[in-house]
Ligand binder design. Structure first.
Ligand code: ATP
Ligand code: MG
Length: 253
C-alpha cells in the first residue's frame, strides 16, 4: 500500500526537475541558478551560443560537475547527492547520455560497445542489441567492426545506441549533429525524431542548429552565460526568428 502510494506520487512528479542550480568546475560557477522542469514523454531543445553552459548543464544533470547550490530531482526523487552511475541506472528516472565527444570505445567492436554498457547495471527495459540494430540497420552490418573503423555518422549512431542500452527514462543528447556531413546529419536527426515522436522517449537535445531541433521537440530553453534567458514551446520559438536572432545571433539556422 505504501509502495503504491509512492508510485502514484512519482508518476505525478515531473520526470526531471532542476531548481536553482549553481554549478561549475574547480570552484568557479558556470551555471548561475538554472531552474526548469521536463514532464515524462516530453522533449526539450537546449539552445545557446558556444560557451553558454549547455554541456555544463547536461553534465550537472548527470552529476559530473561541482554543485554549489540547487537540486536535481528525477521522477520526484532528489538525486542531488547521487553519483553519476547511480543516476544512469536509477530505477524510475535513469538518465542516458550521448556526449558531445561521442566517446565510443574505439578498441571494442560495435556489438561490444552495446553489450559493455548493458553490463554496467542497466535497469531492465525494452532496449536490446537486436532492437538497436533494428533502429540502426547500418550498424548491424558493421557489428564486428571496431569503433575506430566507423565513420563519424556511424559513431554517433553507436553513441545513441549505447545510451539506449541503459533503458533510460531520459536521454540527453549533446550536439548530436556536430561535425557531420549534411546527409548524415539529416539521418541522425531523423533517428532522434523517431525516438522522441514514435518511441515517446523523453529527451533533452542540445543543438546549435536551432530550427532543426525546434521542429522535433516540445519545449525549448535558451541559455546565455549560464542563465536561462528564454523559455517557450518549441513551436512558438520557431515562429519568433527575432528571439532566436537576439539570443543565438544566427536567425535560427
Ligand atoms: P559549446 O556550444 O561550445 O559546446 P557549451 O554551451 O556546451 O558550448 P560549456 O562546455 O558548458 O558550453 O562551457 C561553459 C563554460 O564552462 C565555458 O567558459 C568553458 O570554458 C567552461 N568549461 C567547460 N568545461 C570545463 C571544464 N571541464 N573545466 C573548466 N571549465 C570548463
Ligand atoms: Mg557543449
Amino acid at each position: 500500500m505504501a509502495d503504491a502510494r509512492q508510485d502514484t506520487m512519482h508518476s505525478k512528479a515531473p520526470l526531471l526537475e532542476v531548481s536553482g542550480l549553481v554549478a561549475g568546475y574547480g570552484g568557479a560557477s558556470i551555471l548561475n541558478g538554472v531552474s526548469f522542469r521536463l514532464e515524462a514523454g516530453q522533449s526539450l531543445a537546449l539552445l545557446g551560443r558556444n560557451g553558454a553552459g549547455k554541456s555544463t548543464l547536461i553534465a550537472s544533470i548527470l552529476g559530473l560537475t561541482e554543485r554549489h547550490a540547487g537540486r536535481v530531482l528525477l521522477a520526484g526523487v532528489d538525486v542531488t547527492n547521487l553519483r553519476p552511475d547511480q543516476r544512469a541506472t536509477h530505477a524510475v528516472g535513469a538518465v542516458g547520455w550521448v556526449p558531445q565527444e561521442r566517446n565510443i570505445f574505439k578498441s571494442l567492436t560495435v556489438e561490444e560497445n552495446l553489450t559493455a554498457i548493458a553490463r554496467t547495471g542497466a535497469r531492465p527495459g525494452p532496449w536490446t542489441v537486436a532492437r538497436v540494430f533494428q533502429l540502426f540497420p547500418q550498424l548491424e552490418g558493421r557489428r564486428g567492426n571496431l569503433g575506430s573503423q566507423l565513420s563519424g555518422g556511424e559513431q554517433q549512431l553507436l553513441a545513441i545506441g549505447r545510451a539506449l542500452m541503459l533503458n533510460p527514462a531520459l536521454l540527453l543528447l549533446d550536439e548530436p549533429l556536430e561535425g557531420l556531413a549534411p546527409l548524415i546529419a539529416a539521418q541522425v536527426l531523423d533517428v532522434v525524431r523517431k525516438l522522441i515522436k514514435d518511441e515517446g522517449l523523453s529527451a533533452i537535445v542540445v543543438e546549435q542548429h536551432a530550427r532543426k531541433v525546434l521542429e522535433i521537440t516540445d519545449q525549448a530553453i535558451i541559455l546565455e552565460r549560464g542563465s536561462i534567458v528564454h523559455a517557450a514551446s518549441s513551436i512558438d520559438l520557431l515562429h519568433r526568428p527575432e528571439e532566436l536572432d537576439a539570443h543565438l545571433g544566427v536567425g535560427g539556422r
